[in-house]
Write a protein that binds this ligand. Structure first.
Ligand SMILES: Cc1cc2nc3c(=O)[nH]c(=O)nc-3n(C[C@H](O)[C@H](O)[C@H](O)COP(=O)(O)OP(=O)(O)OC[C@H]3O[C@@H](n4cnc5c(N)ncnc54)[C@H](O)[C@@H]3O)c2cc1C
Length: 383
């Protein structure tokens, strides 16, 4: 297995790093304080080609490999965890569902703008009563002539309040169970579609999250994205999990770099605190977590590029890398002493932000259940 980056992958990695140093690092503290980020950031990412890495060339994409997207995500996340995962989700839960399941008209309508960062999607699965158990979806889409009439609520949806259109996972026929699930596109502005922000969040403050409400919301049947069942509704979540695993590498690297600098400079007992063995142990643990996480993420990228089944490897990487960020961020804040609690030091934001992708993309418990099922052949949650 050769995990050395190609010249092209290394070029994209450098491009993402330069972008983040120029467009993100100077502003991210203020975005976090103000709980908002200019939408132009995504347009600038689009203009550099960084949103179209996995998108088809005919719609303005670059059609490159997963590893390239992984290292770009890692670089962006080093400077802003939420931008790293947020930009990756624009591919995994935005562009790819349309590429894989969309009609020619749907592709033409949405893909070019999404790749340019001018059109924003949201992907609504989770509901007040359907979180980890996404099969419990209650939002109903019932056929009435040639229209679907949608009724239901979605919650904690990324980009809910800034989206131009929503991809909504609906139940079309309760008697069919998960075989009745479908993804239906609803453009913002359609009567019966409203939304509300979720405010005062601990993590990912400058990224939008909110609720979607559908009340007798009527859309043409042709707005359905693909067919029916679990595959069409959930297959792309695996790519989001890869993105989270890569973003985690960037966040751990940031924790390590900031901690090393601080521990070299901060003097107590007439010595830099980095000279104390107990401090060095914390740094050493971060080094180990960074190395292990990078290997898991890059191996996953390598395997995805070989088009093999990666359910197990995805859960290992998502689970491990997020636990590694949790450990590294906690250690980094502790090593910064009281200053670690101030947002003047980026480790404070990483400590808060890491809780978001610990929960979405499948919680730690969910990934352990997936791994249990994979090796035991027994599904712990089958009802
Ligand atoms: C920042 C952020 C962005 C998000 N963006 C989106 C989005 O764009 N679209 C979308 O659809 N959703 C989104 N979500 C929702 C996310 O997918 C859910 O929060 C996640 O699936 C968990 O569901 P829940 O919050 O309802 O927790 P629950 O499922 O209620 O879980 C609560 C706790 O119970 C545990 N638990 C549940 N079942 C089991 C079990 N069988 N065994 C052991 N433990 C169990 C969980 O691990 C967790 O610790 C987002 C969430 C966040 C935080």
């Amino acid at each position: 297995m050769d995990l050395e980056l190609t010249t092209e992958q290394a070029m994209f990695k450098d491009m993402a790093k330069e972008f983040a140093i120029r467009e993100v690092q100077p502003y991210v503290k203020d975005w976090d304080r103000e709980c908002k980020m200019p939408k132009e950031v995504y347009e600038k990412l689009g203009a550099q080609g960084l949103l179209g890495i996995k998108a088809p060339v005919e719609y303005g994409g670059l059609d490159l490999d997963w590893m390239t997207l992984g290292v770009v995500t890692e670089q962006l996340a080093y400077y802003d965890f939420s931008l790293g995962t947020g930009s990756m989700s624009r591919t995994s839960l935005g562009i790819l569902p349309i590429v894989q399941n969309g009609t020619a008209e749907q592709k033409k309508k949405y893909l070019p703008g999404m790749i340019q960062g001018k059109v924003t999607h949201c992907f609504g699965t989770v509901e007040p009563n359907a979180g980890s158990d996404a099969t419990a979806i209650e939002t109903a889409a019932l056929l009435d002539g040639d229209d679907y009439v949608i009724n239901g609520n979605k919650t904690w949806i990324t980009n809910a309040n800034i989206c131009n259109f929503a991809m909504v996972v609906c139940q079309t026929d309760k008697t069919k169970g998960t075989k009745g699930l479908a993804v239906i596109i609803v453009d913002w502005g359609t009567p019966g579609f409203t939304r509300a922000p979720i405010e005062h969040k601990m993590a990912f403050r400058h990224h939008d999250h909110g609720q979607l409400f559908f009340r007798d919301c009527r859309v043409p049947r042709s707005n359905q994205l693909g067919g029916f069942g679990m595959r069409v509704a959930f297959s792309n979540i695996e790519h989001t999990r890869f993105g989270i695993a890569c973003a985690a590498v960037g966040a751990i690297n940031a924790c390590l770099d900031y901690s090393v600098k601080y521990c070299q400079e901060r003097v107590q007992f007439k010595k830099p605190i980095g000279s104390f063995q107990l401090v060095q142990e914390k740094i050493a643990n971060m080094v180990i977590d960074l190395e292990a996480s990078r290997w898991l993420a890059y191996r996953l990228g390598y395997l995805k590029d070989k088009n093999v089944n990666v359910v197990k490897e995805t859960s290992i990487a998502k689970y491990h890398n997020m636990e590694a960020v949790r450990r590294s961020a906690m250690a980094a804040v502790e090593l910064h002493g009281a200053y670690g609690l101030s947002d003047e030091y980026p480790v404070e934001r990483i400590y808060r932000d890491c809780m978001a992708p610990i929960i979405y993309g499948g919680t730690a418990h969910v990934h352990k259940l997936i791994l249990g099922r994979t090796v035991l052949g027994i599904d712990a949650v089958t009802r």
